[in-house]
Design a binder for this molecule. Structure first.
Ligand code: NI
Length: 177
Protein backbone atom coordinates (compact mmCIF):
# COMPACT_ATOMS: atom_id res chain seq x y z
CA UNK A 1 0.00 0.00 0.00
CA UNK A 2 1.09 3.58 -0.52
CA UNK A 3 0.10 7.02 0.63
CA UNK A 4 -1.15 9.13 -2.28
CA UNK A 5 -0.84 12.89 -2.68
CA UNK A 6 -4.17 14.69 -2.27
CA UNK A 7 -4.63 17.57 -4.72
CA UNK A 8 -5.65 20.92 -3.26
CA UNK A 9 -8.15 23.44 -4.62
CA UNK A 10 -7.78 25.26 -7.02
CA UNK A 11 -5.74 22.53 -8.78
CA UNK A 12 -7.35 22.18 -12.26
CA UNK A 13 -7.12 18.37 -12.09
CA UNK A 14 -9.92 18.48 -9.49
CA UNK A 15 -12.20 19.61 -12.35
CA UNK A 16 -11.66 16.51 -14.50
CA UNK A 17 -14.70 14.32 -15.18
CA UNK A 18 -13.72 10.78 -14.09
CA UNK A 19 -14.38 7.83 -16.40
CA UNK A 20 -16.31 4.67 -15.53
CA UNK A 21 -14.31 1.49 -14.91
CA UNK A 22 -15.15 -1.41 -17.24
CA UNK A 23 -14.31 -4.12 -14.71
CA UNK A 24 -12.89 -4.14 -11.19
CA UNK A 25 -9.31 -5.39 -11.58
CA UNK A 26 -6.29 -6.02 -9.37
CA UNK A 27 -5.22 -2.43 -10.18
CA UNK A 28 -8.62 -1.12 -9.06
CA UNK A 29 -8.29 -2.96 -5.76
CA UNK A 30 -4.77 -1.60 -5.29
CA UNK A 31 -6.08 1.92 -5.95
CA UNK A 32 -8.86 1.34 -3.39
CA UNK A 33 -6.35 0.10 -0.77
CA UNK A 34 -4.09 3.12 -1.36
CA UNK A 35 -7.04 5.53 -1.24
CA UNK A 36 -8.24 4.03 2.06
CA UNK A 37 -4.75 4.31 3.56
CA UNK A 38 -4.54 7.93 2.38
CA UNK A 39 -8.02 8.75 3.71
CA UNK A 40 -7.33 7.26 7.18
CA UNK A 41 -3.92 8.95 7.39
CA UNK A 42 -5.35 12.40 6.54
CA UNK A 43 -7.64 11.75 8.53
CA UNK A 44 -10.85 11.97 6.51
CA UNK A 45 -14.16 10.14 6.11
CA UNK A 46 -14.22 10.01 2.32
CA UNK A 47 -11.97 10.28 -0.72
CA UNK A 48 -12.56 10.23 -4.46
CA UNK A 49 -10.00 9.05 -7.05
CA UNK A 50 -10.14 12.51 -8.67
CA UNK A 51 -8.56 13.94 -5.50
CA UNK A 52 -5.46 11.79 -5.98
CA UNK A 53 -5.15 12.59 -9.67
CA UNK A 54 -6.78 9.40 -11.00
CA UNK A 55 -9.64 9.98 -13.45
CA UNK A 56 -11.58 6.79 -12.62
CA UNK A 57 -14.95 6.56 -10.93
CA UNK A 58 -13.85 5.18 -7.55
CA UNK A 59 -14.72 6.48 -4.08
CA UNK A 60 -13.99 5.27 -0.56
CA UNK A 61 -15.83 6.22 2.62
CA UNK A 62 -15.86 5.35 6.30
CA UNK A 63 -18.30 7.26 8.49
CA UNK A 64 -18.00 4.88 11.48
CA UNK A 65 -16.77 6.14 14.85
CA UNK A 66 -13.96 3.61 15.10
CA UNK A 67 -12.75 3.77 11.48
CA UNK A 68 -13.55 0.10 10.99
CA UNK A 69 -16.26 0.21 8.33
CA UNK A 70 -14.44 1.03 5.14
CA UNK A 71 -16.56 0.99 1.99
CA UNK A 72 -15.45 1.32 -1.60
CA UNK A 73 -17.70 2.03 -4.54
CA UNK A 74 -16.86 1.81 -8.21
CA UNK A 75 -19.01 3.66 -10.79
CA UNK A 76 -21.40 4.89 -8.05
CA UNK A 77 -24.70 6.36 -9.22
CA UNK A 78 -27.47 8.06 -7.30
CA UNK A 79 -30.80 6.56 -8.40
CA UNK A 80 -33.11 8.48 -6.06
CA UNK A 81 -32.75 11.70 -4.06
CA UNK A 82 -35.26 12.59 -1.41
CA UNK A 83 -35.63 15.41 1.15
CA UNK A 84 -33.16 18.15 1.99
CA UNK A 85 -30.57 18.44 4.72
CA UNK A 86 -27.96 21.03 5.61
CA UNK A 87 -24.69 19.83 7.08
CA UNK A 88 -21.30 21.35 7.79
CA UNK A 89 -18.81 19.92 5.29
CA UNK A 90 -15.07 19.90 4.86
CA UNK A 91 -12.86 18.38 2.20
CA UNK A 92 -9.31 17.03 2.12
CA UNK A 93 -8.80 19.06 -1.08
CA UNK A 94 -9.93 22.28 0.63
CA UNK A 95 -8.01 22.05 3.93
CA UNK A 96 -9.15 24.11 6.90
CA UNK A 97 -12.46 25.19 5.36
CA UNK A 98 -15.82 24.09 6.77
CA UNK A 99 -19.11 25.38 5.38
CA UNK A 100 -22.75 24.36 5.44
CA UNK A 101 -24.05 22.71 2.26
CA UNK A 102 -27.57 21.61 1.42
CA UNK A 103 -27.94 18.12 -0.07
CA UNK A 104 -30.52 15.37 -0.40
CA UNK A 105 -31.36 13.78 2.96
CA UNK A 106 -31.95 10.26 1.61
CA UNK A 107 -30.42 8.69 -1.44
CA UNK A 108 -30.54 5.33 -3.19
CA UNK A 109 -27.17 4.31 -4.60
CA UNK A 110 -26.07 1.74 -7.16
CA UNK A 111 -22.42 0.81 -7.57
CA UNK A 112 -19.93 -2.04 -7.83
CA UNK A 113 -18.16 -3.02 -4.63
CA UNK A 114 -14.41 -3.80 -4.41
CA UNK A 115 -15.12 -7.37 -5.55
CA UNK A 116 -16.89 -6.10 -8.64
CA UNK A 117 -20.28 -7.20 -7.29
CA UNK A 118 -23.24 -4.96 -8.00
CA UNK A 119 -24.74 -3.36 -4.88
CA UNK A 120 -27.79 -1.18 -4.38
CA UNK A 121 -28.67 0.44 -1.06
CA UNK A 122 -30.34 3.37 0.71
CA UNK A 123 -28.31 5.89 2.67
CA UNK A 124 -29.13 8.85 4.88
CA UNK A 125 -27.41 11.11 7.42
CA UNK A 126 -23.65 11.48 7.22
CA UNK A 127 -23.22 8.53 4.82
CA UNK A 128 -25.64 10.11 2.31
CA UNK A 129 -23.85 13.47 2.55
CA UNK A 130 -20.45 11.83 2.18
CA UNK A 131 -21.45 9.77 -0.89
CA UNK A 132 -22.98 12.83 -2.59
CA UNK A 133 -19.82 14.85 -1.82
CA UNK A 134 -17.54 12.12 -3.24
CA UNK A 135 -19.62 11.54 -6.40
CA UNK A 136 -19.46 15.31 -6.98
CA UNK A 137 -15.64 14.97 -7.00
CA UNK A 138 -15.90 12.37 -9.78
CA UNK A 139 -17.84 14.96 -11.78
CA UNK A 140 -15.22 17.66 -11.13
CA UNK A 141 -17.35 19.42 -8.58
CA UNK A 142 -16.26 20.68 -5.14
CA UNK A 143 -18.34 21.62 -2.11
CA UNK A 144 -17.14 25.21 -2.42
CA UNK A 145 -19.11 25.37 -5.71
CA UNK A 146 -22.29 25.47 -3.60
CA UNK A 147 -21.11 28.62 -1.79
CA UNK A 148 -21.45 32.22 -2.93
CA UNK A 149 -18.97 33.59 -5.46
CA UNK A 150 -17.57 35.93 -2.80
CA UNK A 151 -16.95 33.12 -0.29
CA UNK A 152 -15.42 30.90 -2.93
CA UNK A 153 -13.04 33.65 -4.04
CA UNK A 154 -11.95 34.24 -0.43
CA UNK A 155 -11.28 30.53 0.06
CA UNK A 156 -9.36 30.33 -3.21
CA UNK A 157 -7.14 33.26 -2.23
CA UNK A 158 -6.50 31.84 1.23
CA UNK A 159 -5.48 28.43 -0.15
CA UNK A 160 -3.33 29.94 -2.92
CA UNK A 161 -1.53 32.03 -0.31
CA UNK A 162 -0.97 28.98 1.91
CA UNK A 163 0.32 26.95 -1.03
CA UNK A 164 2.70 29.77 -1.96
CA UNK A 165 3.99 30.00 1.62
CA UNK A 166 4.37 26.23 1.77
CA UNK A 167 6.34 26.34 -1.48
CA UNK A 168 8.61 29.12 -0.18
CA UNK A 169 9.23 27.28 3.06
CA UNK A 170 10.20 24.06 1.30
CA UNK A 171 12.33 26.08 -1.14
CA UNK A 172 14.21 27.76 1.70
CA UNK A 173 14.99 24.39 3.26
CA UNK A 174 16.63 23.11 0.07
CA UNK A 175 20.43 23.27 -0.15
CA UNK A 176 21.80 26.25 -2.09
CA UNK A 177 23.79 25.26 -5.16
NI1 NI B 1 -13.92 16.28 -0.72
Amino acid sequence: MALLTVLHYPDPRLRIQAKPIAAVSVETRRLIADMLETMYAAPGIGLAATQVGVDQRVIVVDVSENNDESRAFVNPEILVRDGKEKMQEGCLSVPGVFEEVERAEHIRVRALDRDGKRVEFDADGLLAVCIQHEIDHLDGKLFVDYLSELKRRRIRKKLEREQREEHERSGAAAPAI
